[in-house]
Design a protein around this ligand. Structure first.
Ligand code: DHB
Ligand code: FE
Length: 285
């Protein structure tokens, strides 16, 4: 059966990807952020999964604002990297895991989550930047296959935090019921506090971010009691991306082992964080 071996929460700021693509990770602005990633990167390189289920949001690249699915899943063999207006990132296209995707669609629909099914889809920085944070030098191919799970966090009404946590639990059950002996990692992406436009552009809330970082590990239920308005008020209009961390967390066991976390302000306009959790019951190291 499939086993979920770890969960990663990480911001997906596009300029983190650009800093890697342009060889600027050792610049004074970026070095502290990338230094903070290193222990997690070393650990993940020693625990490469067969498949990563990446929970992320599209930023009007795969879907324009005419059609915004609340939850969508890719079932393709390959996902091309989107050109977001500056040319496509020089990273490999993303190999899918269609058998696992189709299994997840069936189980999640049976469990009451009627996902939009994408036979074809380009993937933007919401997915490729977390992949680069996991694997900075993929060469010609990413080290694992990917199931993309897309969440609407950009157009009102976004799904509630409680609904996201429930989807994560159903996702965990669905992954564990896949009858192939594969290892799976689950990524929850986006956040932490940031607001890109409007009167509060540049808004950062370290107090909320630190509360969230602690609670996502030990008391995720408490985060499901916050309304979408509270997420926007406390974390900024784009900080509501944090609800996607709850999908990752819901898929993991109740008890998890903290491997590494880091918090850095600013990465572009965002409070960037990473939190890595070992999901194996005995946490063998
Ligand atoms: C930034 C952050 C995001 O989450 C995003 O999707 C785009 C830009 C930023 O801080 O620049
Ligand atoms: Fe974003």
């Amino acid at each position: 059966m499939a086993e979920i071996i770890w969960g990663l929460a990480t911001s997906h700021v596009p300029s983190i990807g650009a800093a890697m693509d342009d060889g600027r990770t050792q610049d004074p602005y970026w070095k502290p952020l990338f230094d903070g990633y290193q222990p997690a990167r070393d650990w993940m390189a020693a625990h490469v999964p067969d498949v990563a289920v990446i929970v992320y949001n599209d930023h009007a690249n795969a879907f324009d604002l005419d059609i915004v699915p609340t939850f969508a899943i890719g079932v393709d063999e390959w996902y091309p990297v989107a050109d977001e207006g500056f040319g496509r990132r020089p990273v490999p296209d993303v190999r899918g895991a269609p058998e696992l995707s189709l299994h997840l669609v069936e189980k999640l629909v049976d469990d009451g989550f009627d996902l939009t099914v994408c036979q074809r889809m380009e993937v933007d920085h919401g997915l490729t930047v977390p992949l680069s944070i996991f694997c900075p030098e993929p060469g010609d191919a990413w080290p694992c296959a990917v199931v993309p799970l897309v969440v609407n966090v950009i157009q009102y009404p976004q799904p509630t935090a409680a609904r996201c946590f429930a989807l994560g639990k159903a996702l965990g059950r669905a992954i564990r019921s896949f009858d192939q002996d594969i290892t799976v990692a689950v990524f929850g992406t986006g956040g932490m506090s940031h607001q890109l436009a409007g009167e509060r552009a540049g808004f950062i809330n370290p107090r909320f971010d630190h509360m969230f970082l602690k609670a996502i590990e030990s008391d995720p239920e408490s985060l499901t009691r916050l309304s979408r308005e509270e997420y926007v008020r406390e974390a900024g209009s784009e900080g509501i991306e944090l609800i996607m961390w709850l999908i990752m967390r819901g898929a993991l066991n109740e008890r998890i082992t903290h491997v590494h976390s880091t918090y850095h302000v600013p990465a572009s306009n965002t409070a960037a964080a990473l939190a890595l959790f070992d999901n194996r019951p005995a946490a063998p190291g």
